[in-house]
Design a protein around this ligand. Structure first.
Ligand code: FA5
Ligand code: MG
Length: 430
């Protein structure tokens, strides 16, 4: 078994050029999407667009002096320090340059995500074609890294999702994934306890059928201790946090950790006990483990009091200069360069037969409007009593992060968005 795992070690290839390049060479032909010389055949799944692909290779988490880079360094140094081996060296390996173009097998199948799971839909992800996708989470790399022989690793990188638009959601963001596996003697004190890792039991809300009660308890305890320590390391011991139970197809039991931010609970991460089937599939039937995935922007927003997720993409020196030269655990409070005013315009339309998907609206608005779009909200919806036609009204809030927008300038963009909505979705503007 060990041999098989070792021989796969080279499977996880880090993309060495990733850090140095600014934007990829992208070409859309009639039958392919070409990215930096790699050709992907287009099919009915293809829904990437030039707009989203321009974020590939930006690698904010590797850009010296960027708040996401400082946070990456801070988390890595915490993991290194917290988990030494008996010689004092870190047990965690770090992968922060893995290519974000992954197979649908990696992104879904390897994680036991069912065929009909909503996270697979075209309205949630960016597909190159039916076999390749811009990874929707760093969990895509779990199985390949476990199969390559690793027991403890962290993956950091950019992930892509067609999501809502507001101050804490952006279609590209960054995640840090942590995985730790345990052999029996690493989890249980086999000299003192007469215990087994596995049993042929029942799945309950608290454990998987293959795990003994004690195995599941200890894994949950190790996981929550690690994450609580990390959060205290980042935010200080006084931070207000809470655990909630949740569901992921790849962990059981599963949890989320939230922190108080501007008087609201903000979800920082998802985590849980790795589904044993994933370890069987990766060729590691004799170990158990935990995993977590956290959102770097969410943490950095709370840490540096950055009010809007779009600021991370700013090239404005007013933003970047506040972090240049800082050390990873330096306390920095972001000072708003200036609060430029918002402009908002509404767009109302009749839906075509069969309706539309609001994530297509968000995508088009973001595609045409770019980063000046701060929020898109469905503000009104009604059914015409006679024609039975349904109408929707979306409010688009515009704000530039670096200057005041004029109403005339916004008006032009808004008209282009309306035209694009009509052309692409078949809606009838009102
Ligand atoms: C996941 O992505 C799971 N892969 C996490 C996981 C890993 C669970 C390993 C179990 C084991 P989720 O979709 O909740 O879960 O995203 C994880 C975190 O990413 C969230 O808690 C949040 O901090 C961040 N996040 C999610 N969507 C966005 C978004 N659109 N913009 C910014 N951050 C986001
Ligand atoms: Mg979540």
């Amino acid at each position: 078994m060990t041999l098989l795992r070792k021989s796969l070690r080279f499977f996880a290839v880090q993309c060495r050029n990733c850090a140095s390049k600014s934007s990829p060479n992208v070409e859309f032909t009639a039958s392919t999407v070409d990215i930096d010389g790699r050709k992907f055949n287009r099919d009915k799944w293809t829904n990437v667009n030039p707009n989203i692909l321009k974020y590939l290779n930006r690698n904010l988490h590797l850009k010296p002096g960027h708040p996401l880079c400082l946070l990456r360094e801070n988390i890595i140094s915490f993991m290194y320090k917290s988990f030494p081996n008996h010689a004092g060296n870190p047990i965690f390996s770090v992968f922060d340059r893995l290519n974000p173009i992954v197979t649908t097998k990696q992104n879904f199948d390897s994680l036991l995500i069912p065929q009909d799971h909503p996270s697979r839909t075209l309205s949630d992800c960016y597909y190159l074609n039916k076999d390749f996708i811009l990874r929707g989470h760093t969990s895509s790399h779990q199985e390949e890294l476990i199969a390559s022989g690793l027991d403890s690793f962290v993956v950091m990188g950019d992930v892509y999702r067609r999501d809502e638009i507001d101050a804490s959601h952006f279609p590209v963001f960054h995640q840090a994934e942590g995985v730790r596996l345990f052999a029996k003697h690493q989890l249980h004190d086999i000299d003192k306890e007469k215990v087994e890792l596995f049993e042929n039991g029942k799945r309950t809300p608290h454990k998987q059928e293959h795990h003994t009660e004690l195995t599941s308890d200890k894994l949950q305890h190790e996981l929550k201790t690690c994450l609580t320590k990390l959060v205290h390391h980042l935010f200080g011991n006084d931070v207000e946090t809470r655990w909630t139970e949740t569901y992921f197809p790849f962990t059981h039991p599963s949890f989320e950790l939230e922190v108080k931010f501007q008087d609201k609970w903000l979800e920082l991460l998802g985590c849980g006990v790795i589904e044993q089937q994933i370890l069987y599939n990766a060729g590691v039937p004799d170990k158990v483990g935990w995993a977590f995935g956290l959102g770097l922007e969410r943490i950095a927003m709370r840490l540096y009091e950055i009010p809007d997720i779009r600021l991370f993409w700013s090239n404005d020196s007013g933003f970047l200069s506040q972090f240049q030269g800082a050390t990873p655990n330096q306390k920095i409070t972001y000072k708003s360069v200036s609060q430029y005013p918002q402009c908002f315009n509404d767009v109302s339309f009749w839906l075509p037969e069969g309706g539309i998907n609001s994530s297509d609206v968000y995508e088009i608005v973001r595609g045409v409007g770019g980063d000046i779009v701060e929020q898109v909200r469905l503000v009104d919806e009604f059914l015409h009593p006679k024609t039975k036609k349904r109408s929707q009204c979306f409010r688009i809030i515009y704000r530039h992060m670096e200057r005041t927008l004029t109403q005339a300038e916004v008006g032009k963009v808004h008209e282009r968005i309306k035209a694009q909505l009509a052309a692409d979705l078949g809606v009838t503007l009102r």
